[in-house]
Design a protein around this ligand. Sequence first.
Ligand code: E4P
Length: 212
Amino acid sequence: MELFLDTANINEISEINNMGIISGVTTNPSLITKEGKDFKETVKRIAEIVNGPISAEVNPNLTKAIDIINEAHVIAQIHPNIIIKIPMTEEGLKACKTLTREGIGVNMTLIFSANQALLCALSGARYVSPFVGRLDDIDIVGVDLIKSISKIFKQNSISTNIIAASIRNPLHVTECALAGADVITVPYKVIKQMIAHPLTDIGIEKFKKDYN
Ligand code: E4P
């Protein structure tokens, strides 16, 4: 199982990458806009820092497969590690199939049901991104979706990787890891929460005192 970092903030990416715990990065239009910098420059910079799959999303206003494919070709040129992130729609599935045949990795995003994940896998997606937190927000247990997709993929020997996304807290990470996620994409704040434990702090203080 792998951890990706879910951010477009260069400082956060550099800091966490130096700990050797992440093997990729996911971005989306909201995360890119939050940083206020050029899309291509930001994605290129991220790919130069982290040596692993970097998800960069196509313009969500594109509704035709051909337009999604054309933009994907441009984005894929930014760096060899780029994975094209495409929202789950009928045209998105068509684009996924074409891009996959061309050897371009696709991460199908905004997945909220096992059937959506299955369709993405059948269209050749390298990754599917079920959104755990946004389901919890509407009173549906998000981690149950990870369990269902994982079971379906395992039973049918489907090689598409599940990226548990929309992670809001450390418990989500533990639950998604137990549920069979291949990757969990975690915001900076949650990585920090995962590192910390009050008993570790108390233990260090006691060791310091005794050492001195
Ligand atoms: C990552 O692939 C998703 O875009 C991201 O995790 C969504 O998170 P949010 O629901 O907190 O916006």
